[in-house]
Design a protein around this ligand. Structure first.
Ligand code: ATP
Length: 304
């Protein structure tokens, strides 16, 4: 067995990073393997950018281990295999798109041709334009082209399609799929759940600097399909928690809150077990609500 294929391309082990009283990352484990597209999801301030900054060696962890291609990410040899599109990047505004591409390509031993970069990133008609004079969405596409021009094995994309219109977003997804089909691995952060659905085969959800969900898209979606049943009853939460299809049952004063894989059987059994049960409410989480549900109970990250 070839152990190179076992080694994650990028990983965090129990990574911790504080900014004053804020725990931006509070013990995060993360692994990205070859051929994967991993979407890092989370609300504003969840720690996504910090996680990427650690993996790129831009920020040092207070504790824990960070590896990029099995190395310290600050080593040049590790960073050479990586393409990066961050939220804030210093790009010389007076250069044209073609000049920027040429300059960035010159850092790599075997860069993609300008034509290929332009085709993948959708830069038709933009090559001779000055970067500073482009629209925000056009600049985002140029940043994508710069990220891929060195033929990276691993791409880090921090909210790559924020500010893009639907057509441009889908264009970037198409370009990304081409690269993935050709063997590029991707770690992307996004606020768009449909972006994760369109591209990712694995999803990690961060909240308050911690991982609150990590699995295949289907596994995380399965949590989305769960139902939340609320009612007023005297039934014992611990007992209900042992019923089939019940994931969790918790008491909040006189109310019982049950998370179940499917509602019908559990509701029937609740009504049979407590004929006095009242205030029944069953909610079905949509994708967005489910994401909120996964992240809602995350601990506050402000230190005491
Ligand atoms: P967003 O979706 O808004 O980009 P994010 O998930 O990428 O958010 P981070 O940028 O990683 O979140 O920030 C995590 C937390 O750490 C936030 O509370 C943020 O304010 C804080 N933080 C990040 N960088 C710094 C810094 N350089 N100095 C102080 N606090 C910081």
């Amino acid at each position: 067995m070839d152990h190179r294929f076992d080694m994650p391309l990028a990983s965090l082990q129990d990574a911790r990073k504080r900014y004053g009283a804020i725990a931006a990352l509070d013990g995060v484990d993360l692994e990205l393997r070859g051929g994967q597209v991993l979407a890092l999801l989370g609300a504003n301030g969840a720690g996504k950018t910090t996680a990427i900054s650690l993996l790129l060696g831009l920020v040092e962890p207070d504790a824990g281990q960070v590896r990029l291609f099995g190395r310290d990410p600050r080593e040049l040899a590790a960073r050479q295999g990586v393409g990066v599109m961050l939220q804030s990047g210093a790009i010389v505004e007076t250069l044209t798109v073609a000049e920027l591409l040429d300059l960035t390509r010159s850092y790599y031993p075997d860069p993609r041709s300008v034509e290929d970069c332009a085709a993948i990133a959708g830069l038709d008609g933009l090559l001779k334009r000055r970067y500073g004079a482009l629209s925000g969405g056009q600049q985002r596409r140029v940043q994508f082209a710069l990220a891929i021009c060195g033929r990276p094995r691993l791409l880090f994309l921090d909210e790559p399609t924020t500010g893009l219109d639907i057509e441009a977003r889908q264009g970037l997804w198409r370009g990304l799929r081409e690269l993935v089909a050709a063997g590029t691995s991707v770690l992307l952060t996004t606020h768009y759940l449909e972006e994760a659905e369109a591209l990712a085969d694995r999803v990690v959800v961060l909240a308050g600097g911690r991982v609150v969900a990590d699995g295949s898209l289907d596994e995380v979606r399965a949590r989305v399909d769960q139902r939340r049943i609320r009612c007023r009853t005297t039934l014992d939460a611990a007992e209900v928690a042992r019923w089939p299809q019940v994931r969790a049952a918790n008491r909040d004063g006189g109310r019982l809150e049950v998370v179940a894989d499917a509602a019908e059987d559990v509701v029937r059994r609740l009504l049979a077990a407590d004929p006095a049960l009242s205030g029944l409410d069953v909610s079905r989480a949509g994708l967005a609500e489910a994401f909120l549900e996964i992240t809602r109970d995350a601990p506050l990250k402000e230190a005491a």
